[in-house]
Design a protein around this ligand. Structure first.
Ligand code: PNS
Length: 169
């Protein structure tokens, strides 16, 4: 017989700056969507990074590309991620790991988050090998320098990125 634990909705957060969302992010979102009942993609409002795209633009792009997933929604958050998880009854934070170089920083954040809220678990998913060298920063740099970014970001993002860079010239 199903008990309370098995009945509980498993809600996960996929946090990030998403400036802009890449196919690597999308891969992690898709994997999360198949593992959890509900996935909340959460865009950090106040990142220390200076974003190219506004918060609204980043959310718009995510909303567009997450449309095929019926259990994925897009949100924004401010302040501590674990507090946002608690308020929204999310018990898991999903992070993508691309290479060993990601590990140290991600481990630090995961351990600090556990110290702040021990019942919120961080889960790492390995990105697909084809995305292991991909990051928003590298995509922006290639686009800025006129290189090909086809296949690195969703088509709609590719167009927005080119438009944004043209506007800034
Ligand atoms: O895509 P990014 O920039 O690597 O995402 C980093 C992010 C937004 C997930 C991380 O900076 C974060 O969780 N910020 C929220 C503030 C917070 O909770 N800081 C304590 C982390 S130990």
């Amino acid at each position: 017989m199903a008990n309370e634990t098995t009945m509980a909705v498993k809600r996960a957060l996929v946090p990030g700056s998403f400036d802009p969302v890449t196919n690597g992010h999308l891969d992690i979102i898709a994997r999360s969507a198949s593992l959890f009942d509900e996935v909340m993609v959460v865009v950090a409002r106040n990142s220390s990074k200076q974003p190219l795209f506004s918060l609204v633009e980043r959310m718009d792009m995510l909303t567009e590309v997450c449309q095929p997933f019926r259990n994925v929604s897009v949100h924004t958050f401010d302040g501590l991620l674990v507090q946002y998880a608690e308020v929204n009854a999310a018990t898991v934070i999903v992070k993508g790991l691309r290479a060993v170089s990601d590990f140290e920083y991600e481990l630090q954040m995961a351990l600090m988050n556990r110290r702040l809220a021990e019942h919120v678990e961080t889960m790492f998913l390995m990105t697909g090998a084809e995305y292991s060298y991909l990051s928003s920063n590298i995509v922006k740099e290639i686009a800025r320098l006129g290189g090909a970014i086809e296949g690195l970001v969703p088509k709609s993002v590719e167009e927005r990125l080119r438009k944004k860079l043209t506007e800034r010239e």
